[in-house]
Design a protein around this ligand. Structure first.
Ligand SMILES: *Cc1c(COP(=O)(O)O)cnc(C)c1O
Length: 387
């Protein structure tokens, strides 16, 4: 008996990363890193200035905003934002429906920032009435923190509506947009946030190692002395750039150069709107195909963001996740064990250098894997009804 085994199409022969990040990048993005640059040399400085300007433009920040980079992964940017923007006399309302919201709370706790938590289950967005009640009950709240796409589940939180509440109640808005920036178009002039964190290794499809905090100039100016660490002090980092165009400490040069290449490909794809179209198509194919195979997405379609999809762990006795995972890995697809509190789950990402063809190949690989495992999941959707 001869049969073909579905395998991932990959430019480097490495497995495709269908995860919440870091993600598969284009060969061209990896290739530009095969050089060395001096951190204090004008060639690198001009590349760095280019990417900072572009990140501000992607947020539609105009001249009212400036992008301050901070070395480290995305969480370093979130910690830098919270500890630089929330003074010790302030209080931040943290909206939580997943682990990135929980992380913001831990940051505030460790840094001795006052906070109030409003928590919803991992498959629910914040309730506006309830948030307003908290804002009225605790008038000392100065800031609101929101995770735009809570990657723990893949839920898309209602950023515009929360921004509207912030405006009405005269609170400063701080956003973790790490997993949405570059795919969900957003406009600083409308949202009027004080700061927003982005990272290169999600929807911008580059390499991890730096975080970007897009800051409102007027607000950033007033943060002098707020920071409680030297390395995560955005005000100090910003002042130093204004004076010297240079990082205070060794920058992740290769990360930044790879991002300059990734931003060219981003522009070629039509910016955030173009990228969103590809991710939405990836997500649509994935959810439809997995439903046909008998898997159940954790979120209702109306709350599902197009970056990453969480599936409930099948309860069939023969379905062993580690076998499922390893079988897919052998075929060139890396998926992700779930981190939900409320249900056993796994995740499959739609972002990164992934195309609809990759999702179709993945679905064939999933089908073959289930057959090998002798698992037949009861499908709620019949294939015939899907066109
Ligand atoms: C990926 C991600 C982060 C950053 O995580 P790191 O591991 O520090 O890169 C923060 N918030 C959200 C919503 C994310 O998806």
């Amino acid at each position: 008996m001869s049969r073909t085994i579905a395998r991932a199409r990959s430019e480097t022969g490495d497995p495709l990363l269908l995860t919440p990040g870091p993600l598969t990048t284009a060969l061209s993005v990896k290739e530009v890193m095969l050089h060395d640059w001096g951190a204090r040399d004008s060639t690198f400085i001009s590349i760095n200035n280019f990417i900072l300007k572009r990140v501000t433009e992607i947020a539609n920040g105009g001249t009212k905003y400036v992008t301050v980079p901070i070395q480290g992964s995305g969480s370093f940017g979130v910690e830098a934002m919270l500890t630089t923007f929330v003074p010790s006399t302030g209080r931040v309302l943290i909206l939580i429906n997943g682990q990135y919201g929980e992380r913001a709370k831990r940051i505030c706790k460790i840094a001795n920032r006052k906070y109030t938590v409003y928590r919803t289950p991992e498959d629910k967005i914040p309730d506006f009435e309830a948030v307003q009640r908290v804002l009225k009950r605790v008038p000392s709240i100065t800031h609101i923190f929101l995770v735009h796409c809570e990657t723990t589940s893949g839920i898309l939180n209602p950023l515009e509506e929360i921004a509207e509440l912030a405006r009405t109640y005269r609170k400063r808005l701080l956003i973790d947009a790490i997993s949405s920036f570059g795919a969900i178009p957003l406009d600083a002039r409308v949202l009027n946030f004080d700061a927003l964190v982005a990272s290169p290794n999600k929807c911008l499809e580059a390499i991890p190692g730096v975080a970007f905090v897009v800051c409102r100039n007027e607000s950033l100016k007033k943060t002098k002395g707020n920071a409680t660490t030297l390395v995560l002090d955005l005000h100090d980092q910003w002042r130093n750039f204004a004076k010297t165009d240079q990082y205070r400490f060794t920058p992740p040069i290769h990360v930044i150069v790879s991002l300059s290449q990734a931003l060219q490909e981003f522009a070629r794809e039509g910016g955030a709107a173009g990228r969103l179209g590809r991710y939405q198509e990836n997500c649509r194919l994935l959810v439809r195909g997995m439903r046909i195979l008998g898997f159940e997405p954790f979120l209702p379609d109306c709350l599902q963001g197009p970056m990453v999809v969480t599936f409930r762990m099948p309860t069939a006795a023969r379905f062993v996740f580690s076998t499922f995972y390893n079988n897919l890995k052998e075929r060139g697809f890396i998926i992700y064990p779930g981190k939900l509190k409320v249900a056993k789950s796994f995740q499959i990402g739609c972002m990164g250098h992934l195309y609809p063809e990759d999702m179709r190949n993945l679905l064939v690989a999933v089908r073959e894997t289930l057959t090998e495992m002798k698992v037949a999941l009861a499908s709620a959707v019949s294939e015939a009804s899907e066109t």
